[in-house]
Write a protein that binds this ligand. Sequence first.
Ligand SMILES: Cc1ncc(C[n+]2csc(CCOP(=O)(O)OP(=O)(O)O)c2C)c(N)n1
Ligand code: SF4
Ligand SMILES: [Mg+2]
Length: 331
Amino acid sequence: MTHRDYEGSVSTLCAGCGHDSISAAIVQACFELDLPPHRLAKLSGIGCSSKTPTYFLGNSHGFNSVHGRMPSVLTGANLANGSLIYLGVSGDGDSASIGLGQFAHAIRRGVNMVYIVENNGVYGLTKGQFSATADRGSQNKRGSINKDNPIDLIAMALQLGATFVARSFSGDKAQLVPLIKAAIEHRGTAFIDCMSPCIAFNNHSGSTRSFDYVREHNEAVNKLDFMTGRAPITVDFEPGTVELVEQHDGSTLVLRKLASDYNPHDRLAAMSYVQDHTAAGEIVTGLLFIDNEAEDLHRHLDITETPLNALSETELCPGEATLEMINASLR
Ligand SMILES: Cc1ncc(C[n+]2csc(CCOP(=O)(O)OP(=O)(O)O)c2C)c(N)n1
Ligand code: SF4
Ligand SMILES: [Mg+2]
């Protein structure tokens, strides 16, 4: 596969829109993972952000649903065919306003997917109204002040049990690409809230979603790289000591065990970390939380891994005796 095989149609978004950089990061992540494009299904709602699946992975499955309904359509597709990789692309209007209930329930059910919100603080497609993620006190292009409190989708995703939670910035490819790769490899609900400035309606001074504001207030929690799975290399050494570790490529890694600055395995700590930094006006980016033992909806419901359309009639209709047994178990 070449990089080209992961591209889509030419974008019709405003030149410089953050969403196009996220599309480029998705293309790069899938190219680096060498994913067969037909193994991926991209779903979206309505908005400039939700238009973007047309602009990447032209050889993948795609479904552009209605406003705020991407999560339920994705859940249905996923239950029918769990063998695909599901990528949901949404906007802050799409997920935090009309689709908030859908967002919440897909996450609490643990649907195996990568869910990216391209967060610009406005309804870009309908010309710049404040969205539900816009900060209180921020200013729109016409100068009005937002008086409503913002919804923090990261805080919600953590509270609702998402097993991979990250925030990034469309202009930080070095951080975003490995995050998307790791999210694709994660089995469970992987949520990425990606700040993505709208240059047409939310890139002025007074906005807290402009390129300048996000750059100035970006507080990265970790520096990321992602490697696909190989046989694990394990080490066991004392804190404060140095360990030489032979790598798969023959190089040697010199490890010094330090107390980790940031622990992405503690959900409660991640919640208060995000809240503390938000209160200080900072945008925390990076991998905020991951549960390596995550389970997904398929496992919770004990559903076959075989896509439903590949099951035979006898497997789909197991007969009267089985139906009787199921009914009896429910009485
Ligand atoms: C049921 C319904 N209500 C309202 C709209 C109008 N509408 C289209 S896009 C949109 C908001 C898009 O905002 P967001 O999801 O943040 O995407 P952006 O354009 O900012 O990327 C709205 C309200 C619609 N298309 N359908
Ligand atoms: S209106 Fe805003 S969100 Fe929509 S394409 Fe233009 S810059 Fe991007
Ligand atoms: Mg938006």
